[in-house]
Design a protein around this ligand. Structure first.
Ligand SMILES: Cc1ncc(COP(=O)(O)O)c(C=O)c1O
Length: 511
């Protein structure tokens, strides 16, 4: 056992993770140190298998950075009405192109200790990732979601997917149980199963007033676990996507999170908070008028005070929460960099998994990310300003998409309900089938209908932990405005969706 004898939740660590031992072949047993031993002050290492940085074929990297989202597509004459006015109109934040336009230069050997140079970035490094980037992650969490206790730390991961598997491995023994939102990011279910554990779905309220998890259902399930789930271990964890939930788009308020945390305390389980979307906060839908609105640009202080929903970390006093972060949605998925925040003891356990299985995320990706974060954005607040620019575009795209839906006759006739998301990339459209409809059959038919009308959407049921359990609440589709190139595409895709549903209802729910 290494750190944190004081950790109160030792009993929740998995046997497999706790038993892992880190062995390094260059360490010397210090207990065998002779009395008069004095180490040389300038040792030369014939010990480590690290290639000298002179062998690295790359001497420098020059990175051209765009100042606002879609800027490069505008240069390529893609139309994006929403952004054409952006640079010259920005007054509230100092985001002018002139100030920010600079390339990022990454050198072989640099002096600035906050940056990662090629000599360091291309070399082997610690499993937690490089100190500079870990420090950025800590500073970011301290600024945005400061945990309610001191003994927390971070480790890098290769994206949220890796973060989920590592946190599951840290706590799950074979036969353990994880509670999950009934519609969820299904790869997480695969990871739970990878650890020999079972995912148990919790009912969601899938409607526009909901905060996601049905709290009455959850409370009753926990209170009557032995009767309702006979023979099953008590839940070891809750895996939740609390903000802009994937797939429903629902967001838990901080009051809601406090209630869930109280249940975690009472029934002694860990909360695994997977939150790739929480920073993309969205105000309520407003009819768009062609351009990104200046009033969507808020200051960093306004954003942190009134817009970001505080993480479960901020409520946590014991190290009961493991938060999974990723740069995939805000920077780029191809980086494969994310991080995990949690109690030092749990992070230490996770690092032993990294030592055996994943090592550290690509040093090249870490180098690129750290240099862009500091040279271009100037650290945490500058990074948040980039997020705010993305957010303004997301708000606009969301407005465009929902606008097409609410203008439609299917909406006017009450055949669909729309979940206007408070964060993230996903809008759920719930189809109001008549009582007694075979939902699975109609969803299957609709998949072909959408394909023939030329629009791709995800049926909620495809993301169910257990389709049988969720069939009654499964008549919705997940739509996302994120991947489309410009306003025209968003409007056209939304129209195709509406036309397909209209046609389906007009034909009596037949293809
Ligand atoms: C809820 C959720 N968790 C994790 C991930 C995976 O993220 P990453 O690309 O960082 O592995 C996704 C990606 O879509 C997601 O929606």
């Amino acid at each position: 056992m290494t750190t944190g004898d004081e950790y109160q939740l030792e009993h929740l660590i998995s046997k497999r993770a706790d038993a892992r031992e880190k062995i390094h072949f260059t360490t010397v047993d210090l207990t065998k140190q002779p009395k008069d031993f004095k180490p040389h002050d300038k040792p030369l290492h014939l010990s480590w298998g690290t290639p000298n940085d002179g062998f690295f074929p790359v001497n420098s990297i020059s990175v051209e950075i765009q100042d606002s989202p879609f800027e490069s597509s505008l240069n390529f004459h893609h139309t994006n009405n929403s952004l054409e006015q952006l640079p010259k109109d920005l007054k509230k934040l100092d985001l002018s192109l002139e100030k920010d336009k600079k390339s990022v230069n990454i050198v072989k050997r640099g002096e600035d200790k906050s940056l990662i140079d090629i000599r360091q970035g291309f070399q082997y490094s610690m499993h937690s990732g490089m100190d500079q980037l870990n420090q950025f992650c800590k500073d970011f969490i301290e600024r945005v979601h400061k945990p309610g206790y001191n003994e927390w730390t971070t480790t890098l991961s290769t994206g949220a997917g890796d973060g989920i598997l590592k946190t599951m491995d840290a706590i799950l023994n074979p036969g353990d149980v994880v509670l999950m939102e009934e519609f969820t990011f299904v790869p997480s279910l695969m990871m739970i199963r990878e650890c020999g554990a079972t995912g148990v779905p919790i009912k969601l309220s899938v409607n526009s007033h909901s905060e996601g998890i049905d709290l009455d259902y959850l409370t009753n399930l926990l209170e009557n676990w032995e009767t309702l789930k006979p023979g099953m271990n008590k839940p070891k964890a809750l895996y939740t996507i609390p903000t802009g939930q994937n797939p429903t788009g629902l967001t838990q308020s901080v009051e809601f999170r406090k209630k869930v945390y109280a249940l975690a305390e009472k029934y002694d389980f860990i909360i695994i908070e997977d939150d790739p979307y929480g920073y993309l906060t969205l105000p309520p839908f407003k009819k768009p008028d062609g351009v990104v609105k200046l009033d969507e640009f808020i200051t960093v202080e306004e954003y942190l005070k009134d817009h970001v929903t505080p993480s479960y970390l901020t409520i946590d006093t014991k190290g009961r929460v493991l938060r999974i972060e990723t740069f995939s949605k805000l920077f780029a998925p191809g980086l494969r960099i994310g991080f995990i925040v949690g109690h030092k003891r749990l992070i230490d356990v996770i690092l032993r998994y990294a030592a055996v299985v994943t090592k550290f995320p690509s040093g090249v990706a870490q180098t690129l990310l750290q240099n862009v974060l500091y040279q271009k954005f100037g650290g945490v607040d500058g990074w948040i300003e980039w997020i705010l620019k993305m957010r303004a575009v997301y708000i606009h795209k969301r407005n465009l998409l929902i606008n097409e839906l609410v203008k439609s006759t299917i909406y006017e006739k009450g055949l669909i309900d729309i979940i206007d998301p408070k964060a993230g990339m996903f809008i759920s459209v719930v189809l109001k089938f008549p009582e007694g409809t075979d939902v699975q059959e109609k969803i299957d038919l609709l998949n072909f209908k959408f394909a023939s009308f030329g629009v791709g959407v995800v049926p909620g049921l495809n993301m169910a932990v257990d389709k049988k359990f969720s069939i009654e609440r499964g008549s919705f589709f997940r739509l996302t405005f994120a991947p489309l190139n410009n306003d025209e595409e968003v409007v056209e895709a939304s129209k195709r969706f509406v036309d397909a549903v209209e046609d389906f209802f007009a034909k009596g729910l037949e293809y």
